[in-house]
Design a protein around this ligand. Structure first.
Ligand code: SF4
Length: 342
């Protein structure tokens, strides 16, 4: 299995089954060409703090304890960020935030704003930095934010995206001193600019299942449309997730507690939470019943991310029924083992 980067840092200190990824709003001050949420300044759609509170309260009852706040650019709504962060902290969540850092206009502003966020309960910031973000947010602001994080002892981990502009990538890496650990995921095939995505398809490698890294990107996400999808690779419409075990429903149409129960009872999700990639690949490969078919059909297929691999498996008319039958047995065996050890 490939390893895109060492699995250290805030995200890897928390279990996937305990996380909520909250796309709070779709709007953004930027219109990055690669943006998988397809955010821009005209994009509408935002959660209400009261709705966010309900999600967090019910989540806490189901063991959720890690909140990843995101957008769009969530800091377009700083008062609501403070409110939701306080609520989450009081419910026992470890709260982190993704931001492009546009608001860190000066070192002083960065410090003052971050200090308010920290007082509200924000524990870590993941600023985005890439050639695409650079068109909208000067590097200086990300530096201001990173320095403020250092001063105030708030964890700071940069979200990196490789672009189709290698010289700009190099310049940013040098400017930001990116020899530290930074994070990126596989390529999602939607964005604000189709031509950019087509070029990125030549920059990013596709990999066979054996070689894909698992960035542990399977965990419960919500967005302003009410979608509940178990991945932080959610898109604006989430069409590709519908009719797959990753799509759990819409919290405007079905009580969130029922959705959380469905997550808890989903054999596929529970298996992935306990057995990250390449466990499912190895299971299928080594099984007497499905192994030959899986080897002939999947082992040479190439994917841009582990999520695309899973979605392809779920669509398969032989693999999915097999998983539905086999995974409950395996999950039950594991639960029995844990009980015996406990
Ligand atoms: S990638 Fe981030 S900063 Fe860029 S448009 Fe999307 S949400 Fe905004």
């Amino acid at each position: 299995m490939a390893e895109y980067y060492p699995k250290t840092g805030v995200c890897y200190q928390h279990s996937e089954r305990n996380k909520i990824y909250m796309i709070y709003n779709f709007s953004c001050n930027a219109t990055c060409s690669h943006c998988l949420i397809q955010s821009n300044p005209r994009r509408r759609g935002k959660l209400d703090p009261a709705v966010a509170t309900e999600i967090l309260q019910q989540g806490a009852e189901y063991g959720k304890s890690f909140l990843d706040l995101s957008g769009g650019e969530i800091m377009l709504f700083p008062q609501e960020v403070l409110e939701v962060t306080r609520t989450a902290r009081d419910l026992g969540y470890y709260v982190v935030m993704n931001t492009n850092g546009f608001w860190a206009r000066t070192p002083e502003v960065a410090r003052t704003t971050l200090s308010e966020l920290k007082d509200a309960g924000m524990r870590a910031i993941f600023p985005s930095v890439s050639a695409y973000h650079l068109k909208y947010v000067p590097l200086e602001r990300v530096k201001n934010l990173r320095e403020a994080c250092e001063e105030l002892d708030v964890a700071c981990e940069l979200n990196w995206v490789f672009s189709d502009e290698p010289e700009t990538d190099e310049m940013i890496k040098n400017e930001m001193g990116l020899d530290e650990t930074y994070y990126f995921d596989g390529l999602s095939l939607v964005g604000n600019d189709e031509a950019t995505i087509e070029r990125l398809m030549k920059v990013y490698k596709t990999r066979v299942p054996e070689d894909i890294d698992d960035c542990l990107s399977v965990y419960l996400g919500v967005n302003p449309r009410g979608h509940v999808v178990t991945t932080c690779n959610m898109t604006n419409t989430n069409e590709k997730f519908m009719d797959s075990p990753f799509y759990l429903g819409n919290f405007y149409e079905r009580p969130f507690s029922e959705i959380l129960r469905a997550e808890r009872e989903s054999p596929v999700l529970q298996y992935i939470y306990s057995n990250p990639h390449p466990a499912m690949h190895n299971l299928l490969l080594g099984d007497d019943e499905i192994g030959e078919y899986y080897r002939d059909t999947f082992v040479t297929r190439r994917y841009f991310s582990v999520i695309e691999f899973y979605l392809d498996l779920f669509k398969d008319k032989r693999v999915m029924p097999f998983l539905e039958r086999r995974l409950p047995e395996l999950n039950a065996a594991r639960a029995a083992q844990l009980t015996a050890v406990g």
